[in-house]
Design a protein around this ligand. Structure first.
Ligand SMILES: Nc1ncnc2c1ncn2[C@@H]1O[C@H](COP(=O)(O)OP(=O)(O)OP(=O)(O)O)[C@@H](O)[C@H]1O
Length: 275
């Protein structure tokens, strides 16, 4: 009997397998007329960890948000695993989102609530409306949430209020919340932009480890190219909504930097190396 069959027989959803991501000719124009993505096509394999770099306003957030349907596409198609996201609405879109974990620059935790309950929220991402409304959790929900906290080294803070944690600790809890979903894809929108350099490295290392250990597809927006080089093998560069680089991060040259950022590299473009 497989692990998944055992899990299904025990009455709970099996852990998810990683999903690939495909964008095919995707353009996004917001209702105010701003075009944020222009004819972007890319393929990300299941289990890959890929960074997206570019200046503020280049379209990084928009790209990531098309993947879980937070931003509708104007043209083209977005496919995640077996689902075409573009065109989905309502319950079917919510179902797909349940498989996509998301981490934000500002952590988005309920700061007055303890770490445990913040993490358990991830378990409701794939639950029915009634169970979510009633807030009913199973023994497995509690176990998955606590395991996720253990994975990111936050188990000893389980009863702390989120507001009492440092930025780096809050981002770890946000990662644990996303892991509690047992996601097939993890999207991270500038996850380290609010953190000091050592903490930024620690959080990036965490994402790198989760990608390797769980074989989870990870897509991470970064505005600093040196972080992309240090933590991801493949880097995508956006400039004014256009894909201008897609290749090995380590091999990106100063000329590639200029192509993506439209200017020469400056000292403030580097966070510094991991220790
Ligand atoms: N909801 C929105 N309505 C209208 N325009 C938007 C909206 N969201 C983003 N934009 C515009 O779309 C373009 C791309 O923005 P986006 O946030 O995707 O870029 P980004 O590279 O993630 O930048 P940042 O790091 O500053 O968020 C910008 O010109 C931005 O002003």
């Amino acid at each position: 009997m497989t692990h998944d069959t055992q899990a299904a027989e025990a009455g709970h959803a099996p852990a998810s397998a990683a999903w690939p991501i495909r964008l095919d000719g995707v353009s996004v124009t917001y209702p105010n007329g701003t075009t944020a993505l222009r004819d972007v096509s890319l393929d990300i394999d299941a289990g890959e960890m890929v960074s997206i770099v570019g200046l503020s306003g280049s379209g990084k957030s928009t790209l990531i948000r098309t993947i879980n349907g937070l931003v509708p596409v104007t043209a083209g198609t977005v496919t995640v695993g077996p689902h075409t996201v573009s065109g989905l609405h309502g319950r079917r879109l919510r179902e797909v989102r349940g498989h996509v974990g998301m981490i934000f620059q500002g952590f988005n935790l309920a700061t007055r609530v303890d770490v445990y309950r913040n993490t358990l929220v991830g378990r409701f991402a794939r639950a029915g409306r009634l169970r979510t409304l009633l807030g009913v959790t199973s023994a497995r929900d509690r176990e998955v949430a606590l395991t996720a906290l253990d994975t990111v080294g936050m188990l000893d803070k389980v009863w702390s209020r989120a507001a009492a944690l440092s930025g780096g600790q809050q981002q770890r809890v946000a990662i644990a919340r996303a892991l509690s979903q047992e996601p097939s894809i993890m999207l991270a929108d500038e996850p380290v932009a609010s953190l000091d350099p050592p903490t930024a490295h620690a959080v990036m290392s965490e994402l790198e480890r989760i990608n390797a250990e769980r074989h989870l597809t990870v897509l991470v927006n970064l505005h600093l190219m040196d972080l992309a080089r240090q933590y991801t093998r493949r880097m995508i560069g956006l400039r004014d909504g256009e894909l201008v680089y897609d290749g090995p991060a380590a091999e990106a040259t100063e000329a590639d930097f200029e192509q993506i950022y439209g200017r020469r590299i400056r000292p403030q473009d580097r966070l510094g190396d991991r220790t």
